[in-house]
Write a protein that binds this ligand. Structure first.
Ligand SMILES: *[C@@H]1O[C@H](CO)[C@@H](O)[C@H](O)[C@H]1NC(C)=O
Length: 220
């Protein structure tokens, strides 16, 4: 009798080899060359419907929003210019997007996470402290200068702080056409409507007056 053991072994191996691909995939693969987003379409799908191909032009595949420095006059001293599907509809379904991030001296891209993407970044100008914290609560960080690259694994809370003398400039890239951003301070202290204050006093082990001070910084 022929043993089926080698066959079973091969099947198991195939499943094992394929499994991580599914687990680690981000946005789904596109089903056509392109699907330039029709952001005003009356129907909603997971993503955006495509503009008719006949209405697509060269301009749909080029984005000049990164040519200008962002306005960093705000409490954090930073500015994010996103080139996600909402700003650059040609990215729709392609599973990729970028940000331009400008920093005033001392500027901070506050702790935040991207629920749908891993982030890579390249420092173009200045000196940035880049760091993230894992779900095991381990903090990884490094001071980075022009030409250096980092990665922040999907979903982890991370930040960049300008620790140089002058301005800093960073470009980041994501494996999602709309990575999303949950900014920790505004998520907790400036949501609409507000999170009940008992949740915040208990979570941070402080009194209501302290929570009110923090909230007032975000105009809420
Ligand atoms: C930058 O933003 C600040 C605050 O919103 C605003 O007062 C200022 O006019 C802006 N500067 C420019 C050059 O747009």
């Amino acid at each position: 009798m022929i043993s089926l053991a080698p066959f079973h072994f091969l099947c198991s191996l195939t499943v094992l080899l394929l499994l991580p691909l599914h687990v680690s995939s981000s946005d789904p693969d596109p089903l056509q060359d392109f699907c330039v987003a029709d952001l005003k379409a009356p129907i909603s799908v997971n993503g955006f419907p495509c503009k008719p191909a006949a209405a697509v032009t060269s301009d749909d595949f080029f984005f000049d929003g990164f040519t200008k420095e962002g306005n960093t006059t705000n409490i954090f001293g930073w500015s994010v210019t996103p080139a996600n599907v909402l700003a650059f509809p040609g990215l729709n379904t392609l599973g990729i997007s970028m940000n331009r991030v400008d920093f005033a001296p001392g500027g901070l891209n506050p702790p935040h996470s991207h629920p749908r993407a891993t982030e890579t970044g390249v420092v173009i100008k200045g000196k940035l402290l880049v760091g993230f914290v894992t779900t095991s609560n381990v903090f990884y960080s490094k001071v980075m200068t022009a030409g250096q690259m980092f990665v922040v694994p999907r979903g982890l809370v991370h930040f960049q702080l300008n620790v140089g003398e002058g301005k800093a400039l960073l470009f980041t890239a994501f494996n999602s056409h709309l990575p999303g951003s949950a900014v920790v301070p505004t998520t907790l202290f400036a949501s609409s409507p507000s999170i009940p204050v008992e949740v915040l006093t208990k979570a941070f082990q402080v009194d209501k007056a302290t929570i009110d001070i923090i909230k007032s910084k975000f105009g809420s």
